[in-house]
Design a protein around this ligand. Structure first.
Ligand code: GLC
Length: 592
C-alpha cells in the first residue's frame, strides 16, 4: 500500500517536473531595461530603442535571455510612460514602430525574448478614449472610465491616490469627478465595461502576435474597485485615507483576470509576471496551475523598508532576520503553488546595495554576495539594469533634480509632517525611485557613455568613473564578471538543472549559523545538493552544516566531499566537522 502511494507520489512529481520543463520561461534569466536611461543613440539626453539595439551584444555576453522593456508606447511621460496615450505605437522620443520591430527580431536572433510592459489599470489623460470621455461623459467613452458625481463641491469620497492628494479629479463640469489610483493624469479604466475588456484583449493579442515573449503587467491588482462609501476613516493629516484597501484584489477581480488570460496569454504560452501583492492563501488562484498569471512579484522582501502606510520617508527599522524570514517565506509559499519571480531591484526601487548594505560596506564583496543570494533562489530571476555592475543611489543637490512624481510628493508630505528639509532630502536619497532611474553607467567617458548630449534627463551618478561596464569588463574580479558567472551557472552549467528546478531548503539560523547575519540554503534535486551560503554582515561568521542538517534537512548528508563552485573570496575555509568560516560578505556556492 505504502509502496503504491510512494509510486503515485513519484508519478505526480515527475509529471509536475515535466510540466515545469515545458514552460520556457522557467529557465530564463530576465534583464529589465528602463529605456529612458539605458542608452541614448540620438544624443538628446534620453535613452531610446536604437540605444538598446546597440547594446544587445553586451546583453548576449552577459548571458540573459529575456528583456523586459519598460513602457515605450506613446505617452506624455507624466509617469515616464506608465501613462499611455496610444497602446499601438512607440513614443517618438524612443524611436519608431520599425525600431521596435527590429528590436524584437534582433533579440530573437540572439535567442532572447522581449517582455513588454502592460499598463491597463489606467491610461494617460491624453488617450483618445479619455479625451472623448471628457467631451461626453455620458457617451460610450465616458463608460471607459470611472466618473462619479461629487457632493457640495466635494469629491465623491476622501480616498488618497497612491501618488498623494485626492484620488478624484474634477472635470470642471457640474459636480463631476473621475477616479485615478495614481497621478491625476492617469485616469483608471472601467473594467466593468465589457467594451474596455475587449479593447484590451485585442491590444494584448496584437503584441503577442508580433512574437514577443509576454508581458510584465503593471498595477493589475487595482482593476477591480470597491468604491461604495463616501467617507473613509482618514489616516493622515490631509483628511484622506489610503485607497489600497478598496482597490486592490477586490472580490470579483478573478473574473477579469481569468478572462484576460484565457483570451490572450494562455493560448500564446506567454510569460506573464504581474505586479500585484497576493497573500499566501490566494496565491494559487494567481499562479497555480490554472492561475491568471505565470508569476507574480512579491514585495515582502523588497519593500521591507516601506511602512504599511506606504509613507516611505519613515524608516521601518527592519533587520536581516526580517529580510531572511520574508525571503524564505516568499520562496516556500510560492513553491507550494507555482513559480516565483525573485528580484532585488526595479524602476520603482532604490538600488539594492543602498537598501540592504551599510554605506561603508558597499563594494565588490557585498554586491557579489547579494547577487549570489538572489540568483540562486528558486524562480525566474529579474536583474535590473546596472545591478550587474553594482550601481548605487545618487545624492541629488535639490528637489528640482528629481523627476519622479511620487518622490516629489513624498518630500512634501514629509515636510508637511514636520520633518526637516534635510531629512526629507535624505529620505529621497535613501528611497526615491529616481535612484534606480538615473543613466546606466557604461564607461568613464562623458555622461558615463550614456549620452553625447551635454545634459541628461536625470543626473549621472558621479561615481561612474569607478562603477561602469567598460572598467568592470576589464577586471576579472568585478561585480559584473561575478554576475556573468552566476547567470552562466543557471543557464548553461552542469548545475543548471538543480539551480532552476531543484527544491530550496532554507538553513534555519538556530540550526546552523551562529549569527543572524548568515543567510544560507540548499538547492537540491534527486541528483545533487548545492549549498548557497551568504554572510550578510561585515563580521566573520561560522555556519555549522552538521547542526543545520540535523535540524533541517537530511541527517544522512555526506559532508566529506565538497565541490567548490563559486566564492567571491576564492579561498573558502572549512573547519573540521562541517563548519564553514565566512569572511565579511562572503558568499559560497558549493556542491555537497
Ligand atoms: C507601477 C509601475 C510604476 C508606475 C505605476 C503606475 O507600480 O511600476 O512605475 O508608476 O505602476 O502605472
Amino acid at each position: 500500500m505504502e509502496d503504491r502511494m510512494e509510486n503515485k507520489n513519484e508519478m505526480t512529481r515527475s509529471r509536475k517536473e515535466a510540466a515545469d520543463r515545458a514552460d520556457w520561461w522557467k529557465s530564463a534569466v530576465v534583464y529589465q531595461i528602463y529605456p529612458k536611461s539605458f542608452q541614448d543613440s540620438s544624443g538628446n539626453g534620453f535613452g531610446d530603442i536604437r540605444g538598446i539595439l546597440s547594446r544587445l551584444d553586451y546583453l548576449t555576453w552577459l548571458g540573459v535571455n529575456v528583456l523586459w522593456i519598460c513602457p515605450i508606447y506613446r505617452s506624455p511621460m507624466v509617469d515616464n510612460g506608465y501613462d499611455i496615450a496610444d497602446y499601438y505605437h512607440v513614443d517618438p522620443s524612443f524611436g519608431t514602430d520599425e525600431d521596435l520591430d527590429e528590436l524584437i527580431r534582433e533579440a530573437e536572433k540572439r535567442g532572447m525574448k522581449i517582455l513588454m510592459d502592460l499598463v491597463v489599470n489606467h491610461t494617460s489623460d491624453q488617450h483618445a478614449w479619455f479625451q472623448e470621455a471628457l467631451k461626453d461623459p455620458e457617451g460610450p467613452y465616458g463608460k471607459y472610465y470611472i466618473f462619479r458625481k461629487g457632493k457640495d463641491g466635494k469629491a465623491p469620497d476622501n480616498l488618497r491616490s497612491y501618488f498623494g492628494g485626492s484620488a478624484w479629479e474634477p472635470v470642471g463640469r457640474g459636480d463631476l469627478y473621475y477616479f485615478h489610483a495614481f497621478a491625476k493624469e492617469q485616469p483608471d479604466l472601467n473594467w466593468e465595461n465589457e467594451a474596455v475588456r475587449e479593447e484590451i484583449s485585442r491590444m494584448v493579442n496584437y503584441w503577442l502576435d508580433k512574437g514577443i515573449g509576454g508581458f510584465r503587467i503593471d498595477a493589475i491588482g487595482n482593476i477591480k474597485k470597491n468604491l461604495t462609501r463616501s467617507y473613509y476613516e482618514p489616516d493622515g493629516e490631509d483628511g484622506l485615507a489610503y485607497a489600497g484597501a478598496w482597490i486592490q484584489n477586490q472580490p470579483g477581480i478573478e473574473d477579469f483576470l481569468r478572462e484576460l488570460d484565457e483570451k490572450t496569454f494562455r493560448p500564446h504560452n506567454s510569460m506573464t509576471v504581474a505586479e500585484v501583492g497576493v497573500p499566501a492563501e490566494r496565491l494559487e488562484d494567481f499562479i497555480g496551475e490554472n492561475g491568471f498569471f505565470r508569476m507574480v512579484f512579491d514585495f515582502s522582501y523588497t519593500d521591507i523598508d516601506v511602512p504599511e502606510t506606504a509613507e516611505w520617508y519613515v524608516p521601518t527599522g527592519w533587520t536581516v532576520k526580517d529580510f531572511r524570514n520574508n525571503l524564505f517565506r516568499s520562496q516556500l509559499d510560492t513553491r507550494k503553488v507555482g513559480w516565483a519571480a525573485p528580484y532585488l531591484e526595479n524602476h520603482d526601487q532604490p538600488r539594492s546595495l543602498n537598501k540592504y548594505i551599510p554605506e561603508e560596506d558597499i563594494g565588490y564583496y557585498s554586491a557579489s554576495m547579494l547577487g549570489t543570494l538572489f540568483l540562486c533562489l528558486r524562480g525566474t530571476p529579474f536583474i535590473y539594469q546596472g545591478q550587474e555592475i553594482g550601481m548605487t543611489n545618487i545624492r541629488m543637490d535639490s528637489l528640482a533634480d528629481y523627476d519622479d512624481v511620487a518622490s516629489v510628493d513624498q518630500y512634501h508630505r514629509a515636510v508637511q509632517h514636520g520633518i526637516s528639509r534635510e531629512e526629507a532630502m535624505e529620505a529621497l536619497y535613501r528611497r526615491s525611485r529616481d535612484n534606480g532611474r538615473i543613466p546606466m553607467q557604461w564607461s568613464g567617458k562623458r555622461n558615463a557613455g550614456f549620452s553625447e548630449n551635454e545634459k541628461t534627463w536625470l543626473k549621472v551618478n558621479p561615481n561612474y568613473l569607478n562603477i561602469n561596464v567598460e572598467k568592470e569588463m576589464e577586471e576579472p574580479e568585478s561585480v559584473l564578471h561575478f554576475y556573468r558567472k552566476l547567470i552562466a551557472l543557471r543557464r548553461e552549467s552542469e548545475y543548471a538543472d538543480t539551480l532552476v528546478y531543484g527544491e530550496l531548503v532554507p538553513i534555519c539560523p538556530e540550526g546552523g549559523a551562529e549569527s543572524e547575519d548568515v543567510i544560507a540554503y540548499f538547492r537540491e534535486d534527486a541528483g545533487r545538493r548545492l549549498l548557497v551560503a551568504c554572510n550578510f554582515g561585515g563580521k566573520e561568521q561560522k555556519l555549522s552544516l552538521d547542526a543545520a542538517v540535523v535540524n533541517g534537512a537530511d541527517a544522512a548528508l555526506q559532508m566529506r566531499e565538497k565541490q567548490m563552485i563559486l566564492d567571491n573570496y576564492g579561498k573558502t575555509r572549512w573547519e573540521k566537522d562541517g563548519i564553514l568560516c565566512l569572511h565579511p560578505y562572503e558568499c559560497v556556492i558549493c556542491e555537497l
